[in-house]
Design a protein around this ligand. Sequence first.
Ligand code: SER
Length: 315
Amino acid sequence: MKERIIMIGANGQIGSELATALRSRFGAENVITSDIREPHALKEDEIFEIINVLDKSALKSLFEKYKPTQVYLLAAMLSATGEKYPQKAWDLNINGLLHVLDLALELGIKKIFWPSSIAVFGPHSPKQYTDQYCVMDPVSIYGVSKLAGERLCEYYHHKYDLDIRSIRYPGIISWKTAPGGGTTDYAIDIFIEALKHGQYACFLSANTALPMLYMEDAVRGTIELMDTPSEQISIRSSYNLAGLSFTPAEIAEEIKKILPNFEMSYVDYDPRQAIADSWPASIDDSFARKDWSWEPKFDLASITEDMIANLKTNV
Ligand code: SER
């Protein structure tokens, strides 16, 4: 079957790179990107539409215009910004998802991708090697909305047979498009500041280990999940997915191997620390490995090298 994809929230950190991969895979004419704002740059053959996912009738018109077979819903408010605007975060993260799920049923859209996050875990979840199924008591509104979203996805799959797939992304490290308002953003800021100023004041403490993933792995993993035959997908809430785990102190050491004069300091207080403290330090992703042969490629040394090489020419 010929696929036609609509991506919502395509200007963001993940969307901007996932869209490029999908365009080269399915052809630019079959991937329609959309966002609430105009993108920075658009190539001649790229199709883009302005859309607010909370405007359900505009979203319906967009779907009727392009008749997608797949929708990637990436519009969301992340953890740190969510704490500033909890109602808006809930509204965007939940009602945006419900609009897409309901329109998918109404218009017969076959396949949906929706990202969840490690933020679905909380202080009573195991810290190390956190299991797919365990106590989940998220403390951030972002985590609360993502966990509710996961339950909705599984519900729509079981009740209506909607083919929805999802990944609990860890912090995603990339150099092309900056993330907006996440707790894991330090792992990108650190490279930019190291190159620009030779120093970085980290908003998380030295020993805060968090699960992370390099963008190239994230894009490949997402496409691999979407390619997997439906009967192999045993999880319809959202898959745990691991890349690597490290602390601010460890990434600083790795950067120093390439930029020996780099200096790291730590701020006394930042509200993002409490969010990070409630999240896992590492993730057990054995379901993803078993169901769709997931395997990350990048480790801390290769990420550091690649980030510095690419950002050097861009900051
Ligand atoms: N990177 C996200 C955040 O920090 C986690 O999903 O909010």
